[in-house]
Design a protein around this ligand. Structure first.
Ligand SMILES: [Zn+2]
Length: 200
């Protein structure tokens, strides 16, 4: 459907031409999606205006589809890793069939946020199972951090200001460079060396 010759809201001219390009965006933790970026060029005043707000609507529709996919994949991923829908509903005190509704695309932005948190920090499920007991939460946090620490050490991952060196099977040397707020590129950095022993 051509919408050329639409009245320009800036100058009233009908000498307008509709332009459409395809843009790509990413849903949070989800897949890429494309949407049509639309604007009308007025040949009289040269204004570029998205007269019918089509770009925003297209973006939201594309994002919603990508979010639906993320929700389905997150629920399937959890099921494949021992967290069934009933367990998830029980630990987070959600009504039964909540996840079935989410899976069908009927989810709120709070539901989406909860899934973002759970997928990023899966151990939160165990914490929820223990009714968010502070001691248990600390225990899970520390063991998750220790596992991640060991995993990074073995992968030799280093960041510009953080590196881990494997000294032996159980000892790792963590080097953290600290930067002063008012520091410039010239002044020396403070470097902390921390030796961590992983037990067990
Ligand atoms: Zn115009």
């Amino acid at each position: 459907m051509s919408k050329d010759n639409t009245v320009c809201p800036a100058c009233g001219s009908k000498d307008t031409h509709r332009h459409e390009t395809i843009s790509t965006a990413y849903a949070t933790l989800g897949s890429a999606f494309t949407y049509a970026d639309v604007y009308y060029l007025c040949n009289s005043c040269k204004e570029e205006i998205d007269i019918f707000n089509e770009t925003d609507q297209n973006f939201q529709a594309g994002e919603k589809e990508a979010q639906k996919q993320f929700v389905q994949q997150a629920i399937e991923y959890m099921s494949n890793n021992g967290v069934g829908m009933a367990l998830f509903e029980r630990v987070f005190e959600l009504p039964t069939r909540t996840l079935a509704r989410w899976k069908e695309g009927n989810f709120s932005s709070s539901a989406l946020s909860l899934l973002h948190v759970v997928i990023t920090f899966p151990w939160i499920i165990k914490v929820a199972e223990k009714k968010f007991s502070p001691e248990y939460a600390n225990h899970e946090l520390i063991s998750a951090a220790a596992s991640k620490f060991v995993e990074q050490a073995h992968n030799s991952i280093s960041h510009s200001n953080f590196s881990i060196e494997v000294k032996s099977e159980t000892t790792f040397l963590a080097k953290v460079s600290a930067y002063n707020e008012s520091d410039t590129k010239i002044s020396p950095r403070v470097t902390y060396n921390e030796t961590a022993r992983i037990v067990g």
